[in-house]
Design a protein around this ligand. Structure first.
Ligand code: ADP
Length: 201
């Protein structure tokens, strides 16, 4: 049993894509997930789907998301746990948009421990702030997301700095935090990410 668990540690690739709104996490996470056959879990996408379907959860989170604030940790932790349960036996996961708070990071570690899994790497995409803002404004024009208006974008960046950026220290202490430049074409960034991921052992 113990040996099996250790074997799983080595083969499973569990990545957290980290960084502020607009950094390109979602685009790259989808490409990397496809390339390495991983399950891509975007908590933002999950929540937006719930809103669209007008589920009980969707109704609960709609206004919070539109204001750029964070959805309560307990809801996110529950969503994450049940999504992972649905994909038992996966090669690994990419967590995109989760964890966003220390409480979520600790809950993820506990959840991983219970399954004898672990986070392989936390990959932080690095993009200058003026580029972030212009990407978010463009996305607002293209996709019409309710949380991509100027005021809400500003608030999401403030929320990121306050609640999410402190996680850098949490993962640096575990020695799994790695920064990757997020500028350049989508293919350039993807190539850098593959380079980092392939060197994981
Ligand atoms: P972006 O990629 O632009 O940062 P997301 O699509 O990941 O945005 O998330 C959109 C919104 O959904 C967030 O601003 C927040 O309100 C909510 N949300 C998503 N993931 C989480 C999370 N892990 N904890 C709390 N709220 C979340």
């Amino acid at each position: 049993m113990v040996r099996q668990r250790n074997a799983k540690y080595k083969t499973m690739l569990n990545l957290i894509f980290f960084g502020p709104p607009g950094v390109g996490k979602g685009t790259q996470a989808a490409k990397v997930a496809k390339h390495y056959n991983l399950v891509h879990i975007s908590t933002g996408d999950i929540l937006r789907a719930e809103i669209k379907l007008e589920t009980e959860l969707g109704l609960k989170v709609k206004d919070i998301i539109a204001s750029g604030e964070l959805v309560p940790d307990e809801l996110l932790i529950e969503i994450l746990e049940s999504t992972c349960d649905k994909h038992n036996g996966a090669n690994g996961f990419i967590f995109d948009g989760f964890p966003r708070t220390l409480r979520q990071a600790e809950a993820l570690d506990e959840m991983m421990d219970r399954r004898s899994w672990k986070v392989t790497k936390v990959i932080s995409l690095e993009v200058p702030e003026d580029e972030l803002l212009s990407r978010l404004v463009n996305r607002a024009l293209e996709q019409g997301r309710t949380d991509d208006t100027a005021d809400v974008i500003r608030n999401r960046l403030v929320v990121y700095l306050k609640h999410t950026e402190p996680l850098i220290d949490y993962y640096r202490k575990q020695d799994i935090f790695i920064e990757v430049p997020g500028m350049g074409t989508i293919e350039d960034v993807f190539a850098s990410l593959c380079g980092v991921i392939d060197n994981r052992y």
